[in-house]
Design a protein around this ligand. Structure first.
Ligand code: FMN
Length: 321
């Protein structure tokens, strides 16, 4: 793992089955969904479900969010008991309910509180601690280099940066200059995140800015093959369906025989993004009202696009020329 390709944390998406799938396609490290430190300390059952992990998916990073240094420290101590590679701190989430409590991206405008939180998590964790930040709060408050420096001094071991501010949300250009400025401030590995839409683009970014690794979020949804340098990045329908069937298999194994419909539906249609039949397939997927119905839709697609006669050629056709 010289320059890792990393699966970004995504609430509602990067659960154990999806992380396992991304590992199978070559992701070097996967991040969990964000975990509310208060819920973890209270041992709320919904929260404990987010901690599901196994040996096959290692290394995995579990991400905490919160704004109270003591509770973040307590949560880090609990997480340390889990067989995980590292504990990440969320300084990038723009959601209103997270910002209102002074957590997530709000910490980008509060370096002193960020310092207390990172220090507390590092003190209470027996695992390496990483942070995931944005460029800053807005274009007038670019704090990524300062917060990165604070994090290194407080004991963090790596930094992932989504090179947009809180006010940018998820759109607008990625500012690679801020990543370079951040790299210049620390000796820690810095992972670049934001708008990487193919494996090639990840490699090009590594070459262009010399970051330690790249982190991929949205483009991995419905396309876990993005982590593989060997797979055609615009694969056939048969290849997409095969990946989706594997996703369902992992979901049934780890979430139970009938995984949550809305979650799986939300993953499923993305496997057909950018294909001519994608919109029609999405309609069929959205129309399913139970998990077995959804499975029938997908198996019918498999019969149509992935007949046994085509299976022998399928692997060969999806390797890079
Ligand atoms: C559905 C969704 C959920 C996300 N949840 C989290 C999260 O839990 N923690 C976090 O740090 N970032 C979260 N993010 C931000 C991503 O990790 C990533 O920084 C962002 O999407 C930019 O990268 P991308 O362009 O590769 O998607 C989320 C993004 C999306 C789209």
């Amino acid at each position: 793992m010289i320059h890792p390709f990393i699966l970004a944390p995504m609430a509602g998406c990067t659960d154990l089955p999806f992380r396992l799938l991304c590992r199978e396609y070559g992701a070097d490290l996967c991040y969990s969904e964000m975990i509310d430190c208060h819920d973890l300390v209270a041992l709320k059952p919904d929260c404990l479900e987010l901690l599901q992990t196994n040996v096959a998916e290692q290394p995995v990073a579990m991400q905490l969010f919160g704004s109270d240094p003591a509770t973040m420290g307590e949560a880090a101590a609990i997480l340390s008991e889990y067989p995980i590679a590292c504990i990440d701190i969320n300084l990038g989430c723009p959601m209103e309910k997270v910002i209102q409590q002074g957590a997530g991206a709000a910490l980008m405008k509060n370096p002193r509180l960020a310092e207390k939180i990172i220090t507390s998590v590092c003190k209470n964790s027996t695992k390496p601690v990483t942070i995931k930040i944005r460029s800053g709060w807005n274009q007038h408050t670019i704090t990524a280099p300062e917060i990165a420096r604070i994090a290194e001094d407080a004991g963090a071991q790596a930094i992932a940066i989504h090179a947009r501010t809180w006010s940018d949300g998820f759109t607008g250009p990625i500012d690679h200059r801020v990543i370079l400025q951040t790299m210049a401030k620390v000796s820690l590995p810095v992972f670049a995140n934001g708008d990487i839409t193919s494996h090639e683009q990840g490699l090009a970014l590594l070459k262009k800015i010399g970051c330690a690794g790249v982190m991929i979020g949205r483009a991995a949804l419905g396309a876990p093959w993005i982590f593989s340098g060997a797979v055609n990045q615009h694969p056939s329908m048969a290849y997409r369906i095969k990946a989706l069937l594997r996703h369902l298999e992992l979901a049934e194994t780890h979430l139970g025989p009938e995984p949550g419909l809305s979650k799986i539906r939300n993953h499923a249609w993305k496997y057909f993004r950018g294909t001519t039949t994608g919109p029609a397939i999405r309609k069929q997927i959205d129309a399913a009202t139970t998990y077995p119905e959804l499975k029938t839709v997908i198996h019918t697609l498999a019969e149509r696009f992935f007949p046994p006669s085509a299976r022998a050629n399928e692997e060969r056709d999806n390797q890079r020329p």
